[in-house]
Write a protein that binds this ligand. Structure first.
Ligand SMILES: NC(=O)C1=CN([C@@H]2O[C@H](COP(=O)(O)OP(=O)(O)OC[C@H]3O[C@@H](n4cnc5c(N)ncnc54)[C@H](OP(=O)(O)O)[C@@H]3O)[C@@H](O)[C@H]2O)C=CC1
Ligand SMILES: CC(=O)N[C@@H](CCC(=O)OP(=O)(O)O)C(=O)O
Length: 350
């Protein structure tokens, strides 16, 4: 784009990922927010819903039907799963040249059967499902630059795919051995979460959920199988931890003969020069607070006492690199901006 600012709409701005987008976009030098939508909160101002935005001039929250998409360059869609398919179809009908970055799970799975298996209903926008590009920049950068519709990956999935895919591509780990233990903060459940997310239900404790099959398994199967060149079905258990933000995954693998140090070298080479993936020195362990509020992913590789096994640690902020930061990174590529623009936040510590 020339020097004019890109006109941005955020659908679902009254939710957690939508408001995180607004936080990031307000500091982005090449964009202008022209529309913000909500459902139950339509008619309110952003400052009424999120007082931290009171000092900023922002459009009022409206319903999606009130947005004129012909005046928009890029739409972020931060709506619940399933709602999104029909909304994006309508957006493209109204404005075929608009770009869309979708934060929901609706366009991540390429195989319609896999979508139906994990989400319980047939996909309602099959052509768009095939058109969408999986929005994990470090793996699909070139495809994303050319995309009209980018499907931001899930937060658990991003955390696991980033350390595992390079190792599978290198043939350095046994695909059948992968175990992903992924702890998540509560904001992952969204702002309209119900009783199970109350402070009194979640604080001072920790528990696994969706143990017999979490829908992000579909994304892991898809991306791991592609990297390995054959079907892979990892073990994956999500765990809810009493923190607001963050995904902290410990991943266990058996190697195909490589030492843990070799796995570390593969990851360090793969992510050399990547602005948002930091591979820690061998044996060092990142913490979730090292990435909180930033678009960074931190990876650690530790040797197991058994030389044929290794432990990987991967952590990111579910609302930044796991959602809205990743989405802005995608927007930067789609609109031809420098990839890191507006994403220079350093983690909040403590
Ligand atoms: N939270 C996270 O860490 C992550 C979330 N995601 C995905 O991003 C998307 C948004 O998640 P999140 O921000 O957490 O969700 P929230 O529940 O916090 O926000 C949902 C937003 O969508 C609006 N909305 C709800 N139902 C409708 C509807 N039927 N029509 C139009 N608008 C509607 C809500 O409006 P109102 O407030 O007025 O009801 C709100 O603005 C989801 O698909 C989620 O899976 C992806 C990665 C990480
Ligand atoms: C704590 C919690 O409930 N987390 C959500 C994951 C949120 C996310 O990133 O995934 P989607 O974008 O696919 O919704 C879950 O496990 O379903």
């Amino acid at each position: 784009m020339a020097d004019a600012k890109a006109r941005i709409a955020v659908l679902g701005a009254s939710g957690y990922t939508g408001s995180e987008l607004v936080r990031l976009l307000l500091r982005h030098p090449r964009v202008e927010i022209v529309a913000l939508t909500a459902d139950r909160k339509a008619g309110q101002t952003m400052a009424e819903v999120f007082p931290q935005f009171a000092p900023f001039h922002l459009p009022k929250l409206v319903t999606i039907d009130e947005v004129d998409f012909s005046g928009v360059d890029l739409v972020f869609c931060a709506l619940p799963h399933a709602t999104t398919q029909l909304v994006i179809k309508k957006v493209f009908d109204a404005a075929p040249n608009v770009k869309v970055v979708d934060l929901s799970a609706d366009f991540r799975l390429k195989d319609p059967g896999a979508y139906e298996q994990w989400y319980g209903h047939p996909h309602q926008a099959l052509e768009l499902q095939q058109e969408a590009v999986f929005g994990l920049v470090e793996i699909y950068r070139d495809d994303i630059r050319k995309a009209r519709l980018v499907a931001n990956p899930g937060c658990h999935s991003s955390t696991a795919i980033l350390p595992i895919v390079p190792l599978l591509e290198a043939g350095a780990i046994e695909p059948e051995s992968i175990v992903v233990d992924s702890k998540t903060g509560m904001s992952g459940a969204g702002r309209s979460a119900k009783e199970a997310m109350l402070f009194s239900e979640v604080s001072e404790g920790i528990h696994a959920y969706a143990v017999s099959g979490h829908r992000h398994m579909g994304e892991l199967d898809q991306e791991f199988s592609k990297a390995a060149g054959r079907p892979v079905a990892p073990m994956f258990v999500p765990v809810l931890a009493p923190m607001n933000r963050g995904i902290y995954a410990t991943l266990y693998v058996r190697t195909t003969g490589a030492r843990a140090e070799d796995l570390h070298s593969i990851l360090a080479d793969y992510y050399k020069g990547e602005p948002f993936v930091h591979v820690m020195p061998f044996g060092q362990v990142p913490q979730s607070r090292h990435v909180r509020g930033s678009n960074m992913v931190m990876l650690g590789v530790v040797a197991d006492r058994n030389p044929g096994r290794a432990i990987l640690i991967s952590t990111l902020d579910n609302l930044v690199k796991g959602a809205s930061g990743q989405a802005v990174q995608n927007m930067n590529l789609v609109l031809g901006f420098p990839e890191t623009l507006g994403l220079d936040q350093i983690a909040l510590m403590p």
